[in-house]
Design a protein around this ligand. Structure first.
Ligand SMILES: C[S@@+](CC[C@H](N)C(=O)[O-])C[C@H]1O[C@@H](n2cnc3c(N)ncnc32)[C@H](O)[C@@H]1O
Length: 127
């Protein structure tokens, strides 16, 4: 089985520059993949890179795919500790199928609402 892009390398330096912009004045510079609000206060740029690296083209580096549109494919992301569903939101923005497992019913409800919301948002590049 071939390796996923995320198993070969992860663009830490490039993402650091993107994440710095994303985290600075989010109310002004909020990028389309910035999917957190009150829950899971982590950066959408990092989650986008993780999803691309796990489900994208393994022959192209993650950062070379970062600003490309990603159509649906047959890859399914499983998060066995879903929490409030930030990974599921990132998958929704990438058009990826997602299965989440979570033991806390309250988090499941929050995750379902968040994923439903992000499924309706435009995808990169902006549609
Ligand atoms: C840090 S959160 C996960 C964040 C999430 N992966 C994301 O992408 O945002 C960890 C979650 O795992 C859940 N959890 C812990 N043990 C579990 C288990 N045995 N089965 C299902 N969920 C579990 C906790 O309730 C918690 O919500």
């Amino acid at each position: 089985m071939s390796k996923k892009a995320i198993e070969i390398s992860f663009p830490v330096a490039e993402l650091d520059r993107v994440a710095e912009i994303e985290s600075y004045r989010k109310e002004i510079y909020r990028p389309i993949y910035h999917n957190h609000k009150w829950w899971a206060q982590r950066l959408g740029s990092v989650f986008r890179a993780i999803v691309i690296g796990s489900t994208g083209d393994e022959h192209i580096s993650i950062f070379d795919q970062f600003y490309c549109k990603h159509g649906t494919n047959d890859k399914i992301v499983l998060d066995p500790f879903m929490g409030s569903g930030t990974t599921g939101c990132a998958c929704a923005l990438e058009g990826r199928e997602f299965i989440g497992i979570e033991k806390e019913a309250e988090y499941v409800e929050i995750a379902e609402k968040r994923i439903a919301y992000w499924s309706q948002q435009p995808k990169l590049p902006v549609e």
